[in-house]
Write a new protein. Structure first.
Length: 158
């Protein structure tokens, strides 16, 4: 997938040079033409659909951006209002079913979200220790982590 993304961006750059169009619209048009070309090649070689995987990746990015916005608003509300509404907790989340790369990406997604932080990974890579600022209900917090894990596996790593 990553090679195809690099190829797609390279094709978009070639399209910019060829058409002598130095604009974002020209670059986006080059990306679209490159995606169609790579998808057509994938159809001839019967390999995984690049366009489908790219759409899944963009959909995950939009969903994760929504999580980031909500978490930032929650932190901003905590700063602006008087008193402390935090309910901190450290959770153990099992990741034995994930590869090393998948565990790393999940840990980075968790740490990127304001209010959560991956504190440690066990030596065997089977558990993540996650600090959550707002985890009054342990089951709800674990369910949120599970949703992120499942969505990441389904839309990024499938």
């Amino acid at each position: 997938m990553s090679r195809r993304v690099v190829l797609n961006v390279g094709l978009a750059g070639i399209a910019l040079l060829w058409t002598d169009s130095r604009s974002w619209l020209g670059f986006l048009a080059g990306l679209a033409v490159g995606a169609v070309a790579i998808t057509a090649y994938d159809l001839t070689t019967r390999s995984a659909g690049y366009l489908v995987r790219l759409v899944r990746l963009v959909r995950f990015g939009a969903w994760f951006l929504g999580i980031l916005v909500r978490a930032n608003l929650q932190i901003a509300w905590e700063i602006v209002t008087p008193g402390l509404g935090q309910t901190p907790r450290i959770l153990r989340y099992p990741v034995g079913h994930l590869t090393v790369v998948q565990t790393t990406v999940l840990a980075n997604c968790i740490t990127l979200t304001p209010g959560t932080l991956v504190v440690d990974v066990t030596g065997d890579g089977g558990l993540l220790y996650v600090h959550c600022m707002y985890a009054a209900d342990r089951e709800a917090a674990v369910m949120d982590l599970r949703k992120l894990d499942e969505r990441l596996r389904r839309e990024v790593f499938s």
